[in-house]
Design a protein around this ligand. Structure first.
Ligand SMILES: [Mg+2]
Length: 419
């Protein structure tokens, strides 16, 4: 069964003003929907970033993939690598570590791989999780992913989530998410306010939701010394501390002095980073993300490596739609060592999706594996067309949280080891 056509559709959907160390989310988030169609009429779905530079790389490689077998994933990866050449891609807005050639190749390959696995599953009448070794869990727990946020984008009416700029606002946001989704663990995106204020919010969450695992992710906005001080202060409160300080060296320095595991989706984002991070004891938990670790099978292999070296696993998320949620759920369901609830931005999409309703739902904070073969989802073509129109109309072609923030706070500087 061979690839006959590939359709790439950039889409935009509304995104609330979520704050992070780089700035603030713009009113529209971008993604690219990848549809692979075979000579036998089967089609498969993938989803990836929507930044124009990434879209251009997808468009450049797609013609070289037609005619290849959907099972020839190594060959597809080789064609992608040949198309990328020595290009060192721009990184994803500074929040997933530095760009590199390997990461760029793996990020471009990923949605094609997911779409081919979707097709392989449909052809064999099995789920993608079955292709990854079979599910070890039928439902995948996700965490309530909290953000400091403004009540609205400037000039707009307050959104339904409201503002969260202090511990009370953060606790209220957690309460809303837990009521609506049933989440059993909580993550707070930090790096926005002074570290002691963010630590206060974590303690307020602990007091409001005793027993729920908690984590905070300042996106390397803290110095190692601050990270150590806050980490020690939060002993017994956090399940892990995510990317408090920059780089493997900084993380290793912190890890040696705090009582909890450090987690990362910033200092270990390609295979090259694993040996030094492991050797220096920089991390205890890796946040896997199939969007830049080269798809589901390669992520599965990295997960096995983590098990070998005694690292725990969690899962990273960017703003995404249902195709990514389905892929993340299949991967997590078939990853035995994934011992922490996964991150997801799904609540922030507030019902917007390109996936037809019914296949994906949250029950007690977990997403049950869809029943159907492959990813078990169907494209909602009307929604896809509407979101593509939004992409064309919104005027945004690459995510830039910093430039958007500077429109309102001209002196804003991204916070890397800032405190
Ligand atoms: Mg992170």
């Amino acid at each position: 069964m061979r690839i006959r056509e590939i359709h790439l559709t950039p889409v935009a959907f509304r995104d609330p003003p979520l704050l992070n160390a780089m700035g603030v989310h713009e009113p529209w988030a971008l993604r690219t929907v990848v549809e692979v169609v075979t000579d036998e009429g089967l089609s498969g779905l993938g989803e990836t970033y929507g930044d124009l530079s990434h879209l251009q790389r997808l468009r450049a490689v797609a013609p070289s993939l037609t005619g290849l077998r959907v099972h020839a994933l190594h060959e597809i990866h080789a064609r992608v690598a040949a198309s990328i050449g020595t290009d060192v891609g721009t990184d994803q807005h500074g929040l997933t570590g530095a760009g590199s050639n390997q990461k760029t190749v793996d990020a471009v390959f990923s949605p094609f791989e997911v779409a081919c696995l979707d097709i392989q599953g449909k052809a064999a009448g099995v789920r993608v999780a079955d292709l990854l070794g079979g599910p070890v869990r039928e439902a995948v727990p996700y965490s309530a992913y909290l953000f400091y946020k403004w009540g609205a984008h400037p000039g707009e009416a307050e959104d339904r989530f409201g503002a969260a700029l202090d511990p009370e606002g953060v606790v209220a946001q957690a309460r809303l998410f837990i009521e609506e989704y049933g989440f059993g663990s909580i993550k707070l995106k930090g790096g926005v306010l002074p570290p002691d204020e963010e630590a206060e919010a974590v303690v307020a969450l602990r007091d409001a939701f005793p027993g729920l695992p908690l984590r905070i992710d300042p996106n390397a906005a803290w110095t190692p010394a601050t990270s150590v001080r806050i980490g020690q202060a939060l002993e017994g409160v956090l399940e892990y501390l995510e990317d408090p300080a920059p780089e493997i060296a900084g993380m290793a320095e912190v890890a040696a002095q705090v009582p909890m595991d450090l987690a990362t989706n910033m200092c270990v984002v390609t295979h090259d980073h694993l040996p030094p991070a492991i050797e220096r004891g920089a991390i205890g938990v890796l946040l896997i993300d199939h969007h830049y670790w080269g798809g589901l099978l390669r992520s599965s292999q990295v997960a096995a490596l983590c098990k070998t070296f005694g690292l725990g696993l969690s899962m990273h998320s960017n703003s995404h739609l249902g195709i990514s949620l389905a892929a993340m759920t299949h991967l997590a369901a078939a990853t035995p060592g994934l011992d922490h609830a996964c991150d997801t931005h799904t609540p922030w999409q507030d019902g917007q999706d390109v996936v037809a309703p019914g296949a994906l739902r949250f029950t007690d904070g977990a997403v049950p594996l869809p029943d159907g073969p492959g990813l078990g989802i169907e494209l909602d073509r009307d929604a896809l067309a509407a979101m593509h129109e939004q992409y064309l109309a919104c005027g945004i072609t690459r995510r830039d949280d910093t430039a958007y923030m500077r429109r309102f706070e001209p002196s804003f500087v991204p916070k890397r080891a800032h405190w």
